[in-house]
Design a protein around this ligand. Structure first.
Ligand SMILES: [Zn+2]
Length: 460
């Protein structure tokens, strides 16, 4: 008997020494092990894994194949009583590729080390997928009575290629129609000590346009150069754009974001944020210069200009008649792309150089920022404050594009968040090397999203 008791104690001690992984972290390791680098994506494998986990809990599963083999979208719908319109959570299944030799762990092994889950997509956005999946699974496990359907969508082709949510919206809108939705976007930023400073919820994304800059000159023998060389003219035009920075334009959500940073930062940073928000043009310019050292802050306060492709010449002894550059411009909501063309023409000021949009633009942007006056936005703000006491919550203009456009362009509000506290260091690993997310962050994020869903979809 005595020895038996000792054995039981020993077993109990062993179990305590190696506690089970938090369910969200456990699910994330499984998802990371499916390599969905896009291309080709293989998103259908994630759909198969999630179907096995969600169908037994009572979710209605629909897998939408795309014309590309192995690439699919996954819907899991938990039925409510239909008295209110659905809420949707969207996560993309694909990830960007890796520079494998620069990682300290296998990026597709789901390694757990020192309280973190490592792997491609840990932050963008398999971590979010795991949080959203666990939050909706908890609704089913806890048998929460629902007044509306809760739809969990795992998408293909967000990082690349054509069968993305825009394609899905054209072909399967009825499945994804909802009152409002959550996806990736804003941040829960914590300091190195682990305290959450602020939570930003994106209510709008920047748009992306391609501007073609073309210089023309005389095509002739390279032994007799003339002053109208197209490659020189294009180089000068790009040099003028390099020295030019579009003016600061703060939309309401960006103003709120900077006001939040002003409250949560120490001087002198706090003073610079306040100066940026002031009406003193010289103070704004000084603050812009100081704060724009950070490429993210630089990007959210203006339209940005980045040459990405050049095309000129075809033989080493021929001066080409034209030279062309593609310039990627990321615009803040409300920007008229035709106005960008005129701005480029003014800056370049060379009759030998022409500027046009790669695809003609019909009219002003129809994708308005999502309203903060909805039950979902209010619930998310409330639960963010409850989960991270003392943290400020602010709307945010996301500096890049996401898959939210499929809904926002149809008038459905979308709120973006990477639902786990991360540090600035962890943020730089996104699309980089040794991407990781904390297990405690995943736990807190799951709690926040679950409670948000109970708030917004639970029967009162
Ligand atoms: Zn992403």
């Amino acid at each position: 008997m005595r020895s038996t008791i000792l054995a039981v104690v020993a077993v109990a001690t062993t179990v305590q020494a190696q506690p089970a992984l938090h369910p969200t972290a456990q699910l994330l390791t499984e998802i990371i092990r499916i390599d969905t680098s896009n291309p080709p994506g293989h998103e259908g494998q994630i759909a198969a894994l999630l179907e096995k986990k969600l169908e037994p809990l009572g979710f209605e599963i629909t897998i939408v194949p795309t014309p590309e083999a192995g690439k699919a979208h996954f819907f899991a719908r938990l039925k409510g009583d239909g008295s209110r319109r659905p809420v949707l959570l969207a996560a993309h299944a694909d990830v960007v590729g890796v520079e494998r030799e620069k990682w300290s762990v296998d990026p597709f092994a789901g390694t757990v080390r020192d309280g973190d889950v490592y792997g491609r997509g840990a932050i963008d956005f398999k971590g979010g997928m795991a949080v959203f999946a666990r939050a909706v699974m908890m609704l089913a496990e806890n048998k929460v009575p629902l007044s509306r359907d809760v739809i969990f969508l795992v998408e293909a082709d967000e990082e690349a290629a054509q069968y993305n949510t825009s394609w899905l919206a054209r072909t399967h809108w009825a499945q994804m129609d909802c009152e409002f939705a959550l996806n990736e976007g804003g941040w829960i930023i914590k300091d190195p000590g682990g305290k959450v400073q602020y939570v930003s919820i994106s209510t709008a994304d920047k748009s992306s346009i391609a501007v073609i800059v073309t210089a023309r000159g005389t095509s002739t023998h390279s032994s007799m150069p003339r002053p109208d060389n197209a490659i020189f003219a294009l180089s000068k035009a790009l040099a003028r754009l390099a020295d030019y920075d579009p003016k600061v334009q703060l939309i309401p959500s960006t103003r709120e974001f900077f006001a939040t940073l002003a409250r949560t930062s120490a001087p002198p940073l706090a003073d610079q944020f306040n100066a940026l928000l002031s009406s003193d043009a010289a103070a704004v310019a000084r603050a812009d210069k100081a704060l724009s050292v950070d490429p993210l802050l630089h990007a959210i306060m203006r339209n940005t200009i980045a040459p990405v492709l050049m095309n000129a010449g075809f033989r080493s002894n021929v001066i080409p008649g034209s030279a062309e550059a593609t310039v990627n411009v990321r615009t803040i909501p409300g920007t008229d792309p035709n106005e960008i063309v005129r701005e480029f023409e003014r800056v370049i000021a060379d009759p030998a150089v022409s500027v046009r949009l790669s695809t003609p633009f019909a009219g002003p942007s129809t994708v308005a920022p999502s309203s903060q006056d909805t039950d979902l936005y209010r619930a998310l703000v409330q639960q963010a404050k409850a989960t991270f006491p003392g943290a400020e919550v602010t709307p945010y203009l996301f500096q890049a594009g996401t898959d939210a456009g499929a809904w926002r362009s149809r008038g459905v509000p979308v709120y973006g968040i990477y639902p786990y506290p991360i540090t600035a260091d962890e943020l730089t690993r996104m699309h980089g090397n040794d991407e990781k997310v904390g297990i405690e962050s995943l736990r807190l994020g799951t709690e926040m999203i679950y409670k948000t869903l109970v708030d917004v979809a639970g029967r009162k």
